[in-house]
Write a protein that binds this ligand. Structure first.
Ligand SMILES: [Zn+2]
Length: 302
């Protein structure tokens, strides 16, 4: 049996009784197309094996800078549901454009979260990296559950049951992070990374943050590396006696390496930021990426 891209036709089970064939099950899975690896993981936690979940971004890709490909257009054309992070994490709103062109519904999973409001040259914007607090991740999961139930109400109970289990795991993660970061003295809780992806984490767990490139690695207002941000970051490192700074999986490490040399600090490792890890890595799930990040941060800063 050949398997198409949609593939995953649940096997047609044919029982033959003499001359009579009876098709017992023939079902094509619903398809969710997600923009980011985190949104895809949350969606998988809710739909289990009942849906096929595809992700536009591959592990390690940067959502701010992503350029849409012809294959993405084909994929979204087959989607039963499109899901994005939202608040312009997807640079120039590429997921919304893909969905609009294919006349598909797109759900912004971030809606309902209390935003970190930032401002640059008088222009306000909302920080889109909300998943870095597990309490916000719970909002993503609730939004996804609602959207999935609307499309397939016959299996609502099943989706809600999976969501309940996962929400309790997010609560456990949150409590575990609080315990872990207690090992870092308050004055040493300064998280320096490639770009400002960790503001929600920092707000939740009482860290200061600094980065040379603002909230986006792209050219948006408030994003991109500027000499001023670079200078302030080095100043923060020196002022707070930061022991280690961190590179990110989805961002070129060059600038952070330069800053580490300039400020005379160590690189504390690579954090999963806008992208989770490759299949088989510890960071291939949200719970895994948060766990690995926290262990590296605690090891580097305490
Ligand atoms: Zn980012």
């Amino acid at each position: 049996m050949t398997i198409s891209r949609r593939g995953f036709l649940i096997a047609v089970v044919l029982l033959t009784f003499g001359q009579q064939g009876i098709a017992i099950a023939q079902e094509q899975k619903l398809l969710a197309v997600c923009s980011t690896t985190q949104v895809a993981d949350f969606t998988r936690q809710v739909v289990g094996d009942r849906w096929e979940v595809q992700c536009v971004l591959a592990p390690g890709q940067d959502p701010h800078l992503y350029q849409v490909k012809p294959d993405d257009v084909k994929l979204v054309a087959q989607a039963d549901l499109c899901l994005e992070n939202g608040w312009h994490l997807e640079g120039k709103d590429w997921m919304q454009s893909l969905a609009r062109d294919a006349r598909k519904q797109v759900v912004s999973c971030i809606e309902g979260i209390t935003p970190l409001e930032l401002e640059e040259s008088g222009t306000p914007y909302r920080d889109p990296h909300a998943w870095f607090s597990p309490l916000n991740a719970a909002v993503y999961v609730r939004n996804i559950t609602k959207a999935v139930v609307e499309i397939d109400p016959d299996h609502a109970e099943e989706y809600r049951a999976r969501a309940t289990l996962y929400l309790s795991q997010l609560q456990t993660l949150h409590a575990w992070i609080q315990l872990q970061v207690n090992a870092i003295p308050a004055g040493q809780r300064v998280l320096v990374t490639s770009h400002d992806a960790f503001n929600y984490f920092c707000r939740q767990y009482a860290f200061r943050s600094a980065s040379p490139s603002g909230w986006s690695t792209g050219e948006e207002i408030g994003g991109g590396i500027t000499p001023e941000r670079r200078r302030q970051t080095v100043e923060s490192i020196r002022q707070h006696g930061v022991k280690a700074i961190f590179v990110e999986t989805s961002v070129n490490p060059k600038v952070v390496r330069e800053l580490a040399r300039e400020a005379g600090v160590e690189i504390g490792g690579e954090l999963y930021s806008d992208s989770m890890g490759a299949p088989g890595s510890a960071g291939e799930t949200y719970l895994g990426m948060m766990r690995e990040n926290v262990l590296k941060i605690v090891h580097g800063l305490r």
